[in-house]
Design a binder for this molecule. Structure first.
Ligand code: GLA
Length: 387
């Protein structure tokens, strides 16, 4: 992949002298839809990600090429006037990050040439857009020697997605891509940005991602709607409770005050956010205490809550989770990421990996005529330059 990218860079831009960067995708073990509710998340950076070759230019142009969207060719912009344009496709994420850096006062003295390629499956919910944002931030930091920390890169990536691209996401994906650590998951409190690395050692089990290869439309609008419903739940609770976010509440406190939330749908959304935060805290304890059974139960409870209370699952994903749970040696399974398709994450005994993959492939294909894909999770490092 790297050799091809280097050749492509030379063919497009006439030079070999480019610097190589990488930013990973992520999988979230647990803590779904908690990051914009001031709760905890527990993701890890993957070894799948996006590679980018970049070189500064003498003028203010940006020449951007992705090997994953070959047909789009080189898309040209200028650092002087950056706007979201639908027809600019994937480059909007790059432009958005540059725009957010500029808004923060970082002045780019020139544009750059960029060629990227990645192995995060498209539409899988494993955060290819966050990886692209964090890749761009890392390239800007290194090429122009901007004094930005990985945390700031993550935040600028999130701003690009929120303000430039119109997706009101939380910080989890960009944080995981920027701050990942080999062999570790990241336990992050999104209300304070305090975090801890937890070794992802599952002994005789593996974390397995199953790609349903479905992505239902309206994901962004449904996601933004969930955010608004949580905000309404919070507002109602704040009439009596001095809280900043749903993440401030324990399940007991929520139960005692839930009737303050007028709308029953908003009450369910709030319930998910509060209980999921609690599950995430317990899951981190279970993982560090080697209690994989408990971790599995928490994952399955998370799925149930996302399916019924938060309503971000879908038929295909529910089928994959149900199939997984019928296989001996599977401790837990749930949808991961924003929802409405994408991937599941399951804890599977190493001895059962073959049966897991064969059964899910066969039955899922019979029902939906789609062959699912599997990735065994290896946690990799956060974004960096490859020298
Ligand atoms: C998407 C968003 C994240 C997070 C998840 C749900 O991946 O980008 O910020 O909200 O959905 O947990």
């Amino acid at each position: 992949m790297m050799k091809h990218l280097k050749e492509k860079f030379q063919e497009l831009y006439g030079s070999r002298e480019a610097r190589l960067f990488f930013a990973p995708g992520r999988v979230n073990i647990i803590g779904e839809h908690t990051d914009y509710n001031g709760g905890h998340v527990f993701p890890c950076a993957l070894t799948l990600g996006i590679y980018g070759l970049a070189r500064k230019r003498e003028d203010d142009k940006l020449l951007l090429y992705s090997d994953n969207f070959k047909e789009a060719g080189v898309i040209e912009s200028s650092i002087l006037n950056l706007h979201y344009q639908k027809e600019d496709g994937w480059t909007n994420y790059v432009k958005g990050v540059i725009h957010c850096f500029q808004e923060k006062g970082y002045v780019l003295p020139s544009g750059f040439d960029l060629a990227i390629c990645g192995d995060i499956p498209d539409g899988s919910g494993l955060s290819s857009s966050a990886a692209l944002e964090v890749l761009t931030g890392t390239i800007l930091k290194e090429l122009y020697e901007f004094p930005v920390s990985p945390l700031e890169i993550a935040k600028l990536g999130q701003s690009a997605e929120n303000e430039f691209c119109g997706m009101n996401c939380g910080i989890m994906d960009q944080f995981a891509s920027a701050m990942g650590k080999e062999g570790h998951a990241i336990f992050l409190d999104t209300s304070t940005f305090t975090y801890e690395y937890a070794p992802l050692s599952l002994k005789d089990h593996k974390l397995v991602i199953t790609n349903s290869k479905v992505k239902h439309s309206l994901v962004d609008s449904a996601y933004n709607a969930r955010r608004r419903e949580c905000e309404r739940a919070l507002k109602d609770l704040q009439k009596e409770l001095p809280i900043q976010s749903l993440g401030d509440l324990s399940p007991e406190e929520f139960e005692a005050h839930k009737d303050l939330i007028q709308d029953p749908i908003c009450q369910n959304r709030g319930k998910h956010a509060v209980y999921e935060n609690q599950r995430t805290i317990l899951a981190k304890e279970a993982l560090t205490g080697d209690d994989l059974k408990k971790l599995g139960l928490l994952l399955s409870a998370s799925h149930k809550s996302l399916r019924y209370d938060y309503e971000v699952s879908c038929e295909e994903i529910d089928y994959l989770v149900d199939l997984a749970m019928e296989i001996p040696g599977v401790l837990g399974s749930r949808i991961t990421g924003g929802g409405f398709g994408g991937c599941t994450v399951s804890i599977v005994a190493k001895d059962s990996l073959d049966q897991f993959q064969t059964t899910l492939s066969k039955k899922y294909q019979e029902k939906y005529q789609i062959l699912p894909e599997f990735y065994l999770v290896d946690c990799g490092p956060g974004a960096h330059e490859i020298k």
